[in-house]
Design a protein around this ligand. Sequence first.
Ligand SMILES: CSC[C@H]1O[C@H](OP(=O)(O)O)[C@H](O)[C@@H]1O
Length: 357
Amino acid sequence: MTNPVAVIQSVRLDDEKDALILLDQTVLPNRKEYLELKELKDIWDAIYHLKVRGAPAIGIAAAYGVYLGTKQSVASTYEELLEDFKKAKEYLASSRPTAVNLFWALNRMEGRLHQEADKSVTEIKTALKEEAELIRAEDEKVCEAIGEYALSLLKPGMGLLTHCNAGTIATAKYGTALAPIYLGQVQGYDFTVFADETRPLLQGARLTAWELKEAGVDVTLICDNMASIVMKEGKVQAVLVGCDRVAANGDAANKIGTSGVAILAKHYNIPFYVCAPFSTVDLDCHTGADIHIELRPSEEITTKWYSESMAPEGVKTYNPAFDVTDHELITAIVTENGIAYPPFSDSLARLSKATKK
Ligand SMILES: CSC[C@H]1O[C@H](OP(=O)(O)O)[C@H](O)[C@@H]1O
């Protein structure tokens, strides 16, 4: 029996309404509200403002979005439809730069369009819907497989630390870093989880703590600056994180603060596991230095969560949304095709051969 939280669908298509249905992640945990988005600009806005977030969920939303954008086309030929598709694709691709799933999903949708070039416009639109549904359905299976492989690295009763949210709402279902926790829960693993709040957008406090508490998992919310003490006090035996882009050498981009957690884990000799679907592995990216890190608005640091600014008026801020954890700090990268161990350039290449991109 799967925990009902683990199977929440945060992104889905309502084709009859020509709409993308999103669980609005910006109002959790206080309100559970769904958005019905029909226009590309609203879908772009939802991705940029993290109403839908998490690399796989962003990819799925973009796949549905580019389908809906193309469905509206009045093109009568493949060439005209391709033009309209490309406009929608380029627009959605401009929403956020770091999570490779956004681009992977859009490129996969374009690949399907080209495959159907000899079909009618109506048949091509149907094929695009089919491909977007495939991307979502595959992600469910991928996340479940990641959960099984990750669970094989853990022991009942372990203390785990998470950073940000790589839970069910960041994916089609189950999550990546939280997938082993959900699978373990129904197998009696009784994990205790310490969830970093993850400033500035508090995905850990607002989303991971919410998911796990709702699921009946033993979760303790901590500030980001408390990760060291829970490790030092022996409360944590493994760290589980998601990711947004893994380079060919195993350097992994994830929510800002992740690399600091990895350094602490190394210091305390605690295994640090990155949970990554292959849709998040970018073998064209040689090292972490090649990963574009998104910079976000100052207000997310200074005023977003406070009744008045918590910083002096006009103070400079620096708000990178991600950082890159050096591959030497990573114990293993858990994928749907197996567990990659150092040297990651070899193990990721080997495991990627088992998956169709
Ligand atoms: C399962 S991918 C989750 C990944 O995405 C998050 O970034 P954001 O909240 O900005 O979309 C974070 O890096 C998570 O680890």
